[in-house]
Design a protein around this ligand. Structure first.
Ligand code: RAM
Length: 545
């Protein structure tokens, strides 16, 4: 009896400890927010598609990353031709799709008397399909990201659907093994494409230039493919919701699909999964097998962009109820960032380590950029407080922002070069974040941007992510024609090199740029690259003329 009572007492105590722990959650409503996020999970729309033809790979130094495809025979009638004779085929589905692949082995003659072994390789880019993957480079991201499956098939004449979701345009099928005593074909090839995006709600002005039409279309396709149960960064690689990508997707969404429910869902997911001990947001989260963050992945610059996403969401929808719910989360991210601002009003990256992502560009000194990002985040969050009528809670912020701007100017502006230097380094990235923060006047900012863009030594953006802020900064300085030309050159450059969705990394001067040291693992349909649709529709007088 005594023993029973002890156990019962221990159980009650541990339950009490658990609920005390739950209550200690930084935001008391986190469990409820998670439940809301589950309830808001969208239904995916499905479309069944088939290949449009077979293609042959051509190694061509003039092609992007050295490879291109040209159409060839082989698709028509494939279902009645022995695959023992075909041996290998590459199919082109005509555009980028994300979803599930199905096919069948059809008996043509005699009875199957041994398993069939096939290699299927799905890929977004011609070079990804044709670059040897092994030996896999040391230190690179997981080899498992490559969409390659080896299948052993023991039954004919029934549908085989791959469990793994694929994101691709091209599919190569190779025969690795078969019995020689029967004939079979590959039949019933189909692909169930999925996306939560529906109709596009915006249209270009009649007569918009062809290149703008193309860039707009490719932006929309990029966003559509990334819109799954949440805004993924890349449907081929990462499959994650990252705050920095979400912010840019929310801008593009506002001028295309206008799916505000999906933005709202993402805002609640991040809030629900914030660190319960200190309220910090994680930089990215996963949907499966259940919603969870990439633990310990703290990204101060991204955490502040959560607030910008919320601000954009309020401006687009007027939904102050959601903003009121999430205001404590937004305020907390600023408080956390301000913890690292010293008495000199300069952000000190060493004070509380966190990943301050700005761009994938080797050697970039992010110090000045981060100072700018904090000022920008502070002001954006203050605008949320204004919308909610709660500025009294954060009345010090405008003064802090002003002091941080003055400190940034004093610390980073170099009269000699007419640029902001970050620990002595010139980069376009530093100029654009100083402009985003409102540190220089429009005139000075434009001069600094021009100086960095024309300087041979200044680092340039390595991703469409950073290029987004460059174009935004140019517009803020009144460099409208330059912003137009830059957008057309940069994103139009990808279109001219064959993009049907925009790439994760792009440098007009270096086709082999890869944040991971190996281009096949790059994502060729990447969320943060989809913002031209936002610029083109928000500023029609600049971009559609
Ligand atoms: C890469 C992805 C992702 C991005 C992070 C910081 O892993 O491209 O989209 O947000 O970097």
């Amino acid at each position: 009896m005594k023993r029973f009572l002890t156990i019962a007492f221990a159980l009650i105590l541990s339950a009490a400890a658990l609920s005390a722990q739950e209550q200690a959650s930084y935001y008391p409503r986190q469990t409820e927010w998670l439940e809301m996020a589950y309830q808001m999970r969208p239904v995916l729309h499905e479309t069944v598609v088939c290949p449009v033809g077979a293609v042959r790979a051509v190694q061509d130094p003039a092609a992007y990353q050295g490879w291109r495809y040209e159409p060839c025979e082989g698709w028509e009638g494939m279902e009645n031709r022995s695959f023992r004779e075909i041996k290998e085929i590459t199919l082109d589905f005509g555009r980028h799709y994300t979803g599930y692949f199905t096919f069948r082995i059809k008996s043509l003659r005699d009875c199957m008397d041994g398993p069939i072994r096939l290699r299927l390789l799905f890929g977004e880019m011609p070079s990804e399909m044709n670059t040897p993957l092994d030996p896999w480079p040391e230190g690179c991201l997981s080899r498992g990201w490559m969409q390659e499956e080896i299948l052993t098939i023991i039954n004919t004449d029934q549908d085989i659907t791959l469990p793994r979701r694929m994101s691709f345009r091209y599919l190569k099928i190779e025969l690795l093994g078969t019995s020689q005593s029967y004939e079979w074909a590959i039949d019933h090839i189909s692909f169930r494409a999925v996306s939560s995006a529906k109709d596009v709600k915006t249209a270009l002005q009649p007569g918009a230039p062809q290149i703008i039409q193309d860039i707009n279309r490719v932006s929309i396709e990029t966003l559509r493919e990334c819109m799954q149960t949440f805004f993924e960064d890349g449907p081929k690689r990462d499959h994650r919701l990252w705050i920095g990508d979400l912010y840019l997707q929310s801008l593009a969404n506002a001028y295309s699909f206008q799916n505000w429910d999906l933005v709202r869902r993402c805002l609640y997911i991040f809030a629900a999964l914030a660190d319960p001990t200190d309220g910090r947001l994680h930089g990215n989260v996963f949907e499966d097998p259940m919603l969870h963050p990439q633990y310990q992945n703290y990204m101060m610059t991204y955490a502040l962009l959560y607030n910008s996403t919320l601000l954009q969401y309020i401006r687009d929808t007027g939904d102050l109820e959601t903003a009121r719910d999430l205001w404590p989360v937004a305020r907390r991210q600023v408080e956390d960032a301000l913890f690292s601002v010293g008495d000199d009003y300069i952000y000190d990256m060493a004070r509380k380590p966190s990943w301050c992502f700005i761009d994938w560009r080797d050697g970039l000194d992010a110090t000045a950029c981060v100072q700018g990002a904090v000022i920008f985040g502070l002001e954006e969050t203050y605008a949320i407080a204004e919308a909610l009528g709660c500025t009294a809670e954060v009345k010090e912020w405008p003064k802090i922002a002003a002091k941080m701007k003055r400190a940034a100017y004093r610390r980073y502006f170099d009269k000699g070069s007419g640029m902001f230097l970050s620990n002595g380094q010139a980069s376009v990235q530093s100029q654009m974040w100083m402009v985003m923060a409102g540190v220089p006047s429009a005139k000075e900012g434009a001069a600094a941007l021009r100086n960095a863009l024309s300087s041979e030594n200044a680092l340039k953006p390595g991703t469409p992510y950073a290029t987004h802020y460059l174009v935004e900064a140019m517009l803020r300085c009144g460099m409208n024609d330059e912003a137009h030309d830059y957008l057309v050159d940069y994103w139009g450059g990808m279109v001219r090199k064959g993009a049907d969705t925009f790439w994760e990394a792009y440098d007009p001067g270096n086709d082999n740029i890869s944040p991971y040291g190996f281009t096949p693992v790059n994502s060729a349909c990447h969320a943060w690259s989809c913002t031209p649709v936002y610029f083109i529709h928000k500023y029609p007088e600049i971009f559609q003329k």
